[in-house]
Design a protein around this ligand. Structure first.
Ligand code: XUL
Ligand code: CO
Length: 438
């Protein structure tokens, strides 16, 4: 069965093209800094949104009918979805995809049957992977949809649920390894709480750390050498998610001696829900050597929830790629489109167009950011702005030769303090100039 037969293979046609099924800025083979664009960007498709989302929301039924969801038996649907997925990957020539265990195969009557379902689909995907150019960027376990996870998974009050979640992650790790996944993601689906009146926060956090240590140990045992990633999110579904933002997660990982095993998977819309710019989260992760991968989407700043829209804002993609380039590029990570078409964009072609729009926006952002980094525009300004720490009292402060007494003595003898403008508007003007002229 060909699900996308009416859609042509998506090729690069350049900025003058009006073809909605062509890349205008993403030329996968264009070499920049010795590497083709596709290796700089490492795009991935999110199996759950792209092949499973139906457009249902708290107020309404599904609007999106996907032609592969046509069987009454969920395993038949799962198999059709694999066929559709690999056809779609080829149309877009995308190098990676990401999945949850439950996106690819349905739950059975019990864990044993569920694992059997998963094994069957995994061997089918493995067959496709033999000839496909698309590989697995990361796998993860869905520890939030089933009612058993009503109070969380690793942070549940119920030890049986902790055990079940452990068994599920054990299997998801095995599967991710078998499919050659380069990373494994933990997004703390329902790892959080609604009210402290019924919550032992200390035990829940200790248990979450115990769970992650067990995952690290098991990965070692089976020889899975992918990068572990935690994806911060401040709220939704729970009111207080334990992985609030990059800084929270970093503190947690440090406290429990997990920081050497994990990096962060930063998602745009999660950053904005936490009250941060995406750029802030990426910078914080980068300077702490914790930036692993990105969930590429965008939110709507007028809405307080996780809308997971396709990222089409070039200022956002420019500042994101600025951080990625500054870190020296992705190692195992990439840009995963954790994004879904709007409920009103229910035609099959919208799915293709959404991805093209996102890929073009990131390609353009990458090129602008590359010039900004190469020209050292902000670096030069920032270096000059902090010049007072290079000599005199500033040099003593950063080299540890100053204390409160010596600083008081210095301050008492200061006749006047001179500050300089931070020039925010000028820098924003320069950023625009680079954006408009690239
Ligand atoms: C939820 C979210 C997840 C994770 C994977 O907001 O972003 O899809 O990326 O579990
Ligand atoms: Co995500």
């Amino acid at each position: 069965m060909k699900y996308f037969k009416d859609i042509p293979e998506v090729k690069y046609e350049g900025p003058q093209s009006d073809n909605p099924f062509a890349f205008k800025y993403y030329n996968p083979d264009e070499v920049i800094d010795g590497k083709p664009l596709k290796d700089h960007l490492r795009f991935a498709i999110a199996y759950w949104h792209t092949f499973c989302a139906t457009g249902s929301d708290p107020f309404g039924q599904p609007t999106i009918n996907r032609p592969w969801d046509k069987f009454s038996n969920p395993m038949d649907n799962a198999k059709a979805r694999v066929e559709a997925a690999f056809e779609f990957f080829e149309k877009l020539n995308v190098p990676f995809f990401c999945f949850h265990d439950r996106d690819i195969a349905p739950e059975g009557e019990n864990l044993r049957e569920t694992n059997k379902n998963l094994d069957e689909i995994v061997s089918m995907i493995k067959e496709y992977l033999k000839t496909s150019k698309t590989k697995v960027l990361w796998g993860t376990a869905n520890l939030f949809s089933h009612p058993r996870y009503v109070h969380g998974a690793a942070t549940s009050c119920n030890a049986d649920v902790f055990a079940y979640a452990a068994a599920q992650v054990k299997k998801a790790l095995e599967v991710t390894k078998e499919l050659g996944g380069e990373n494994y993601v933990f997004w703390g689906g329902r790892e959080g709480y609604e009210t402290l009146l019924n919550t032992d926060m200390e035990l829940e956090l200790d248990n979450l750390a115990r769970f992650l240590h067990m995952a690290v140990d098991y990965a070692k045992e089976i020889g899975f050498d992918g990068q572990f990633l935690i994806e911060p999110k401040p709220k939704e579904p729970t009111k207080h998610q334990y992985d609030f933002d990059a800084a929270h997660v970093y503190g947690f990982l440090k406290k429990y001696d997990l920081d050497k095993y994990f990096k962060l998977n930063i998602e745009v819309n999660h950053a904005t829900l936490a009250g941060h710019d995406f750029h802030h989260e990426l910078r914080f992760a980068r300077i702490n050597n914790m930036l692993g991968s990105i969930d590429a989407n965008m939110g709507d700043l007028l809405l307080g929830w996780d809308t997971d829209q396709f990222p089409t804002d070039v200022r956002l993609t420019t500042l994101a790629m600025y951080e990625v380039i500054k870190m020296g590029g992705f190692d195992k990570g990439g840009l995963n489109f954790d994004a879904k078409v709007r409920r009103g964009s229910f035609e099959l072609e919208d799915l293709v167009i959404g991805h093209i729009a996102g890929m073009d926006a990131f390609a353009k952002g990458f090129k602008i950011a590359y010039k900004l980094v190469k020209d050292g525009v902000f670096d030069k300004f920032i270096e000059e702005r902090y010049r007072s720490y290079k000599e005199g009292i500033g040099a003593k402060i950063v080299s540890g030769q100053a204390d409160f007494k010596t600083l008081e003595e210095y301050a008492l003898n200061l006749s006047k303090i001179e500050n300089k403008s931070g020039k925010q508007e000028l820098l924003e003007m320069i950023l625009n100039k680079y954006m408009f002229s690239e």
